[in-house]
Design a protein around this ligand. Sequence first.
Ligand code: DOR
Ligand code: ZN
Ligand code: ZN
Length: 416
Amino acid sequence: MDVVEGKLFFQGRLQKACVGMEDGRIVSVRKVLKGDQHFDFGERLVLPGAVDPHVHFRDPGMTHKEDFSSGSLSALHGGVTCVLDMPNTVPPVIDLSSLKEKRESVAGRSWVDYGIIAGIAPGTDVPSLGPCVSYKIFLGSSTQSVLLDEDAVLARALDAVGRSRRPVSVHAEEGSMLLRREERSLREHEECRPREAELSAIQRLASYSGRARMNICHVSCKEALPLLAGSGMTFEATPHHMLLDSSMGLGPWGKVNPPLRRRADRESLFQAFCRGQVPMLATDHAPHAPEEKDKDFNEAPSGVPGVETGFAMMLSLVRKGFLSLDVLIRAACHNPSLTFGLNKGDIAEGLDADLLVVDPRQTTVVKGRDLHSKCGWTPFEGREALFPQAVFLRGNLVLRDGQTMSERRGREVSYA
Ligand code: DOR
Ligand code: ZN
Ligand code: ZN
């Protein structure tokens, strides 16, 4: 058994204690433990690794933007020890052969554990995909996405998902309500993808909520919150929708779907998050190369990177007193694990020993060029973040003081 000692986040609060780890799992949490290797982190915090249920690592087919190796390294540096990767790649992962190919091609290349989400297109035969951690449906179009928006097809897909007992994440913007016209600014982008498109999609999905376990991705506007409360659906909020808005002069660098909206939306989402009313933090890490973004607004693709900065920026906001550590750990670790049935997301006996060591005094100013994504930029330039000093993945020390300490050990997750 190896032991990590520090100020542990255990049973909802910080306490000085030791975690014992064996065969990749947490086997014991006690005030005092003796192990073969003993890592004493003193007064530094020991937290569960974050689980990001929504990333786009662009592999296969768009690997000039990102690939599984660079995306997962970026996650690792940000304290994210598990990601669920989206299917809008080239080719899209929407049938058994593309799913198999992706499984084979990413095996052995990830720094963190991962789940591969299968997309459901109109022709997808859900049972033929075999076991999947989760599914994805795009109601409204975005980067390389395959739409599924017709009522009868949607209902059939949700029934098939329901029979699989796995959850489905939905990009909830009503495709028919999106305007196709030239856009010159973030405000015009917002007008072309109005909040009503999101609200109407959420209402339509809520009417199907008995059919499958649904998760609404990246909620962008304040009116969505009361619709979702008590709907039986889980949902995600992103750091960009909670910290950025369309008035901040980001131009194409802030172009994302659903759009950044008004200051009041951003503040409502962030306040709901701080009150513990947002089930999951998800970054929707969607990198594009700088030369693709640095274009005429209308031509620039939608999407912003974020897997490395999301949890770390939120930790710094905990340090500043905006929200409690308990609320953050629930949204970033515990709830994503619970929603997707992973053996992760807390410091507790039997769970995977995915641990972060954080020194709350060591804040960093975020700079795109210091991050590990291939894309090399961030919309959060200049923000404060608390990056982990050490990361254990299933009991193995994989990152320490900014240096990787082993080979890539990420594995596809198992789930229940
Ligand atoms: O802005 C976005 N970018 N929204 C999406 O739904 C997809 C994503 C991407 O993959 O680039
Ligand atoms: Zn989306
Ligand atoms: Zn996405």
